[in-house]
Design a protein around this ligand. Structure first.
Ligand code: ADP
Ligand code: ASP
Ligand code: MG
Length: 413
């Protein structure tokens, strides 16, 4: 008898009707002779609602108390799903993250799973229970309740699947699978049949919200194939696994984007070897994540330095840079918010020169200015005005002919 892990996201458990539909899917897998572990997110927008309740108290609440608050969301959905399954005449039991043995590092708000003590889940499965586990939460070795970062239920599911050596891990969501880009933004986006771990890691890290980046990391490290599929339509979704040679033809497989980028620029810094460690250690010590960095040296040997950050960190970054003007020694400083980052991803890029050149061409043809660029072996990212993001996604999607991928996939199947 194999173990199947299924994960259902917020929309998929957003109402009692939907929970009953999930109960149907779960019990179908059980009736087929599988042991089933189901991981669920909080119902609908429940987590967002809890976040906004806390924001009414203070814009900056204690991270420990935020974890205490947010983990209640999943406790609602696991118990309701267990009840719905019991009502259909099956044995089901819900477990919080800590009851399920999910041990995380001792960090609030964005903890990594360190290990899963699977004895309890395994014992319940062997007793014939369908086990429902709360996503997104765990317990640190200090006995503190932690969360895994927004969207972290995917990671709970994949980590449990890896620890139990599961036969399958299906991530049920509100779209049919992983698309060439977010289908809600680009209507001509096509569903991909297979995406490699490395491509999915990049897409997820660059903003494709369909999977939590750490879930992909786990799957890759444990060689676990995952399927992203619809909770509403019983169709094959997208498989995330090892590189598939057949799929290599299209150089660009997907487009990801983020719309909350701010660029900071420090002008006239002294060109000294200590400069970069000084600035970036300062920002890191305040918990500000820096993304793209561009440095140029002027003819009078001064340095101009631009870097991008998430817009929500902008005020904090400005305060730090202003208060440390003498220490850092810059002449002037400015920033530009209302920017976005759009990225193209594809493992075929490694051996194909000119991919970035085409990207710039497609953006230029739509009169979209490129403010910053960064590249890796399998991606090119550009920072552009936020107001032109949708236009940029459309231009690139069309330019790289991603709207035609569906045909290729059908032919290959
Ligand atoms: P869940 O609650 O099931 O975890 P999410 O909202 O986290 O669902 O993820 C699904 C959403 O991800 C989709 O509704 C879609 O808008 C968005 N998305 C972004 N990029 C992609 C992509 N490349 N393919 C599919 N969906 C994407
Ligand atoms: N409920 C959490 C969130 O909204 C975790 C998840 O859905 O994966 O981020
Ligand atoms: Mg999600």
């Amino acid at each position: 008898m194999g173990i199947i892990v299924q994960k259902f996201g917020g929309t998929s458990v957003g109402s009692i009707e939907r929970i009953q539909h999930v109960a149907e899917t779960v019990t179908k897998a059980y009736k087929e002779g599988n042991q089933v572990v189901t991981v669920v997110s909080a119902m609908g927008h429940h987590t967002d609602e809890l976040v906004s309740l806390a924001a009414q108290i203070s814009p900056q609440n204690s991270k420990r108390e935020m974890d205490m608050l947010l983990t209640t969301g999943e406790q609602v959905s696991i118990s309701l799903l267990a009840m719905a399954i019991q009502a259909k005449g099956f044995k089901a039991i819900s477990l919080t993250g800590w009851q399920a043995g999910i041990q995380t590092e001792s960090v609030h708000g964005n903890a990594r799973i360190e290990m899963i003590h699977t004895e309890k889940i395994q014992q319940l499965l062997d007793e014939g229970y369908i086990v429902i586990v709360a996503g997104f939460q765990g317990l640190s070795d200090k006995n503190e309740i932690t969360t895994l970062g927004r969207g972290g239920s995917d990671t709970t599911a994949v980590a449990i699947a890896a620890s139990l050596n599961a036969e399958r891990c299906d991530i049920y969501t509100d779209v049919l699978g992983v698309y060439t880009t977010d289908p809600r933004v680009e209507p001509s986006a096509s569903k991909l049949s297979h995406v490699s771990y490395d491509e999915m890691l990049e897409l997820a890290a660059l903003g494709a919200g369909v999977l939590h980046p750490r879930a992909v990391e786990f799957a890759k490290n444990y060689h676990l194939m995952i399927q992203v599929r619809s909770s509403q339509h019983d169709e094959i979704g997208t498989f995330i696994g090892e590189e598939n040679q057949m799929e290599q033809q299209s150089v660009v497989r997907g487009i990801a984007f983020e719309s909350n980028v701010t660029r900071m620029t420090l002008n006239g810094l002294n060109n000294h070897v200590d400069l970069l460690p000084k600035i970036f250690t300062l920002l890191a010590s305040e918990g500000i994540d820096v993304d793209i960095i561009i440095q140029s040296v002027t003819s009078d040997n001064l340095v101009n330095l631009s870097f991008s950050i998430k817009s929500e960190n902008m005020m904090e970054a400005i305060t730090i840079l202003e208060s440390k003007k003498d220490y850092l020694g810059y002449r002037s400083f400015d920033f530009e918010s209302e920017l976005a980052k759009v990225s193209i991803v594809g493992s075929g890029m490694v051996s194909n020169p000119g991919v970035a050149a085409k990207m710039f061409k497609y953006l230029a043809e739509s009169e979209i200015p490129v403010k910053m660029v960064s590249t890796s072996e399998i991606k090119v990212s550009t920072v552009i005005p936020k107001s032109q993001l949708q236009e940029a996604v459309h231009a690139l999607h069309k330019g790289y002919e991603l709207d035609r991928i569906q045909e290729e996939v059908t032919l290959k199947n």
